[in-house]
Design a binder for this molecule. Structure first.
Ligand code: SAM
Length: 358
């Protein structure tokens, strides 16, 4: 059950970062906020005292009427308030600005998705495969660009990796709090991207070693992403194609975070069969995914449009449970997590005498 933004804000158990969605609720508010960042109006007010219209006019590159309109939109959406004739950030927006990196990423992601929503929602509704051919979002997430290390491929791949890395930075703690990673010593994160999930797992668990398995350009950028982190000595990248290549062996935990939804059922079966095979007997397999798309009582917010575009790829845990059962796993468990949408964690233990089915 999806809860409204208001219910989430009033729930102390919800992660604080979800407050950013309050400022990406509708397209006009979100676009005005992006403009306020681009014109440095947010920084001017965040780092300085409350400012009059004339103060802002001197510092923000804008026409008189443009600035007037922008300020009105920002007041309407709760980003700014006025005190006498001075503008200042509201307490709610100041709190959201603590998560500036996430806020900017979600704004960018929503604007990219909005173009596809406007241009091709009929295709998304009637013919998802045709939609995927047309949508800029799926050109952006083109894994074909991650196979060969050229400057252009690196630029394209880095663009979508910034988005996945940022979402994972904020989503990972929920998984780390529900699954005890301290019980593991060697973790393999398949489709582990920039290594952000492995980084957080290693940061919280000083004994853990991690291997990130991903496509070549992704691993290369991931290597740079972790370079300055103290945990980087415990995180290794292995390049390969999880569908076609052998997976490295010798792990007591194999994870798939937001990776399996990209693939049709038969590919998921192959990926899970290979992972189950690579796992040490007695080891755990963990799948952390978004659940099926729901709009909730408050309706669809602008910040959810990116997820809407992937809605037809999001499944219930059933297929993953079935695959683990087929591969002779036991202690299979599903835990649901309520973030901006429902997520789930499926875990299972490989029997010490497991006989895997081809
Ligand atoms: C949706 S992203 C999720 C990334 C990361 N796990 C996260 O949650 O942030 C899917 C990941 O799978 C990787 N991937 C796609 N096809 C792959 C393949 N054939 N072999 C290995 N990794 C692959 C992509 O490069 C990408 O990093």
């Amino acid at each position: 059950m999806v809860r409204s933004d208001m219910e989430r804000r009033n729930d102390d158990s919800m992660p604080g970062y979800l407050c950013v969605d309050e400022f990406i609720k509708d397209m006009v508010a979100a676009r005005a906020l992006t403009t306020a960042f681009e014109l440095k109006l947010i920084d001017f007010l965040a780092f300085g005292p409350p400012a009059t219209f004339d103060d802002l006019k001197k510092s923000v590159l804008s026409t008189h009427s443009g600035l007037k309109l922008l300020l009105k939109l920002l007041v309407d959406s709760g980003v700014l308030e006025t005190d006498s004739d001075r503008y200042l950030l509201t307490p709610g927006f100041s709190a959201a600005l603590e998560y500036r990196d996430l806020l900017l990423t979600k704004l960018e992601f929503s604007h990219i998705a909005a173009h596809d929503f406007i241009d091709s929602f009929s295709f998304l509704t009637a013919d998802p495969l045709e939609f995927m051919k047309r949508a800029g979002m799926f050109r952006l997430f083109n894994y074909g660009n991650a196979l060969e290390n050229t400057p252009e491929n690196r630029k394209q791949t880095a663009r979508w990796m910034r988005i996945t890395t940022m979402l994972t930075r904020y989503e990972a703690p929920a998984c780390l709090s529900l699954h005890n990673f301290a019980q593991h010593v060697r973790m393999l994160d398949i489709g582990g991207n920039s290594g952000e999930f492995a980084l957080q797992a290693c940061r919280a668990n000083p004994e853990l070693q991690a291997t990130v398995f991903d496509l070549p350009v992704v691993c290369d950028i991931g290597h740079d992403h972790l370079r300055t982190e103290p945990e980087s000595a415990r995180i290794h990248f292995v390049t390969g194609n999880a569908r076609a290549d052998d997976l490295p062996a010798g792990f007591d935990l194999i994870t798939f975070k937001s990776m399996l939804h990209d693939w049709p059922d038969e590919v998921v079966r192959t990926l899970l069969y290979k992972a189950c095979n690579a796992l040490e007997p007695g080891g755990k397999l963990l799948i952390f995914e978004r659940g099926p798309f729901e709009t909730g009582e408050a309706g669809l917010s602008y910040s959810n449009i990116p997820i809407l575009l992937f809605a037809h790829t999001l499944r219930s845990p059933d297929l993953y449970i079935e695959c683990l059962e087929e591969n002779d796993f036991h202690q299979i468990r599903v835990q649901w997590i309520d973030l901006e949408m429902p997520f789930f964690i499926v875990t299972g233990v490989k029997k010490t005498d497991a006989v895997l089915q081809c």
